[in-house]
Design a protein around this ligand. Structure first.
Ligand SMILES: *Cc1c(COP(=O)(O)O)cnc(C)c1O
Length: 383
């Protein structure tokens, strides 16, 4: 069976974890955490970047730092992971879901403005599959109505919008290093921001409400409880794992892109015949091959294709069930305007195996199995 995902191991993970053990520094903000943030700040041009225990926690921090509170409204797509919404629900906010664009599966920037009300506090674009949202348009709406922009760039690490790294464009950016993402530390994430004004508050929030970070920099002689906080620091052991991956960022990216491009070419014919829709990457985006998906005619065809692939040794999976139709989504949110694409497109979408250790031979098997489905189906349907 070709797995849908396997956590990447690229080289120095074990050596660096051993080094962390030898350093006798396993808690947060140790040497490897600093190396990771330094490397990413440089690579992505981010003024501030703090490692966190997950992207969910980075989003929680962003919600807090954006001063989102009880009764505020936050705009986001319904086609996303639950954490995008949960982080704001935790603050007592109401979620306002906006339809997606069928080409990228990202929030439709032309439908955001009509969702803005007096209570709107933030817009949360999700860069689905590592393909950038239309950030210029989104930032313009935010500026017009004085809203914060929190980029859910969980899937967008090392992906770009008009030359800028995803996660560095809005007020806050949130990355994930979960094992299903391009670069991993098992569980982990990061929050990025460019405005120095947020630095002290972010550090305090992440360090149990204390000014410990200032203490370590020698800016105060003892540390104390200064505000509300939680514990969002990952262990340096996890950061050691991540650092090995970040050092190999180009190699991981190239390998993933090679698989993505191979799939994309393989399915060109199927698309021409009108049997599948392939992903679209707009000119303004440089993606990171986070995901390869196909969209088929409908839910029934997708179910049949997943089953067929399973019988032919390939694990494929569907993705988000739109949040607005879930029990929590109905309770905490509402859909603005009409759901033209969210439900319809999500029911058609299926993701294929995509990870660093997937061999090109395996990718070829996947492509052949997908094509085989249409061949038998065509034969059966008398085409
Ligand atoms: C993976 C993911 C998250 C959550 O990331 P964690 O690090 O597991 O908390 C949030 N949003 C999106 C869009 C994701 O893909």
């Amino acid at each position: 069976m070709i797995d849908f995902n396997k956590a990447p191991v690229v080289g120095n993970e074990l050596a660096y974890m051993q080094q962390a053990m030898q350093n006798h520094k396993l808690c947060g903000d140790g040497p490897f955490t600093k190396k990771c943030s330094g490397l990413m700040q440089e690579a992505f041009g981010s003024r501030h970047l703090l490692l966190t225990t997950s992207c969910t926690h980075a989003l929680e921090m962003a919600a807090h730092l954006s001063d989102v509170g009880e009764g505020d409204e936050v705009i986001m797509p319904s086609y996303t992971f639950v954490s995008t919404a949960d982080a704001f629900v935790q603050r007592g906010a109401k979620i306002v879901f906006v339809d997606i664009r069928p080409d990228t599966m990202n929030i439709d920037e032309t439908k955001i403005e009509e969702a803005v009300t007096e209570r709107t506090k933030a817009i949360v674009p999700v860069h689905y599959a590592g393909v950038a949202c239309a950030m210029d348009e989104i930032m313009a709406i935010a500026a017009k109505y004085n809203l914060k922009v929190v980029e859910d760039a969980a899937q967008g690490v090392n992906a770009w919008y008009k030359g800028r790294a995803l996660g560095t464009i809005g007020d806050f950016g949130c990355y994930s290093f979960h094992e299903t993402k391009n670069y991993t530390m098992g569980e982990g994430g990061a929050i990025l921001f460019q405005d120095d004004e947020y630095r002290d508050r972010a550090e305090i929030l992440r360090e149990k409400g204390t000014d410990r970070s200032k203490f370590f920099r020698g800016q105060v002689d003892k540390y104390t409880w200064v505000s509300y906080g939680s514990s969002y620091l990952p262990s340096d052991l996890n950061a050691a794992y991540l650092y090995a991956q970040l050092e190999q960022m180009s190699a991981i990216n190239e390998k993933r892109l090679a698989i993505w491009n191979y799939y994309h070419e393989s399915f060109e014919e199927l698309e021409k015949e009108g049997l599948v829709t392939r992903p679209t990457v707009p000119d303004y985006a440089v993606h990171n091959a986070h995901m390869y998906y196909l969209k088929v005619k409908d839910l029934k065809t997708r179910t049949a294709l997943i089953q067929w692939l399973k019988e032919h040794g390939v694990q494929s999976v569907f993705h988000y069930i739109p949040l607005h139709s879930s029990p929590a989504g109905r309770k905490f949110g509402r859909f603005s305007g009409e759901d033209v694409y969210t439900t319809r497109e999500s029911e058609r979408l299926l993701r294929l195996p995509m990870y660093y250790s997937l061999t090109m031979e395996e990718a070829a098997q996947v492509a052949a199995a997908v094509k085989g489905f249409w061949e038998q189906k065509g034969a059966r349907d008398g085409r």
